[in-house]
Write a protein that binds this ligand. Sequence first.
Ligand code: KG4
Ligand code: ZN
Length: 335
Amino acid sequence: MATILAIESSCDDTAAAIISNGRILSNVLSSQDVHKDYGGVIPELASRKHHENIVPVVDQALALAKTETSKLDAIAFTKGPGLLGSLLVGSSFAKSMAFSLDIPLISVNHMKAHVMAHFIDDPKPTYPFLCLTVSGGHTQILIVEKPNTMTVLGSTLDDAAGEAFDKIGKYLGLEYPAGPIIDKYSKKGRAIFNFPKPKISGLDFSFSGLKTAVLYFLQKELKTDKNFIADNLYDICCSVQSTIVEILIDKLKVASSEYKIDEIAIAGGVSANSHLRIELNHTAEQRGWKTHIPSIQYCTDNAAMIAMSAHYKYLEKDFSTLDTKAEPRLSILDH
Ligand code: KG4
Ligand code: ZN
């Protein structure tokens, strides 16, 4: 039985979790709201906040799990992708702890961990399954073959789905991250505005055309009505959200038919989107899919998913050395 402390610090959330024998004992998250006024994450501020938060967050994770450092068998951390300064805080902290406790160090790929979040709660997916990973930096369809092993079937050619939500939100004057706000406002609106869907064949995605189309649409409407955004905010949000979700579901349909896989999962921050969750279940009923939708706390960044990915690495004795580097551009195919 192994107990692992996992640390996540890739972007603007400082998080720590304890996993024991594949079961999450604690999962602590400290979100940074210093970025709200800037319309995006400021890397320098994020690193400073991680530096402030990491000790209390780790202490709390240990306390909630009713464990102590002497009982730990390994320390896991996010190696990438993410902001370099943020990753350095988590990786340096994890390395120092592993070194001082003389226990193994496990480096975790953040994007693989989003997928491995599906193994926290039951029912767990069976391999192979398809996973749509949709976050602030990624939009991909994967085949997941075994723990921490996946192949990319399609990716975004430009913006990620979360980025599309956030950038369009910025045009609408919404705070960062705009995804959850657009989700909330959409519930009060109707999808009455038509935005174009990209014509990209195969399983790749594109969202920059939609972003530009929304910008031009808003500029045109604002010329004749300076209150257009304020008066139509809920309907604009709902129309944008419907288009993004339609683009994502359309590609899942193609991937499922092409690869003859009916077990479909979604992961990453955008998988918290309520319309995506409803539409996925709706499509699943029509097509006989078995779906895996993570609970909200495991959609956005968290350390429990890092811990779950590390658990499988521990079983394989897949450890890292102290000279392992943080990799801001780590790909999902990388170790
Ligand atoms: O996975 P994540 O927490 O961080 C990254 O690794 O990027 O994803 C963050 C992204 C942001 O773009 C945010 O706007 C989006 O996920 N997001 C949502 C929702 N909750 C978070 N987008 C749409 N609807 C939501 N409910
Ligand atoms: Zn993430």
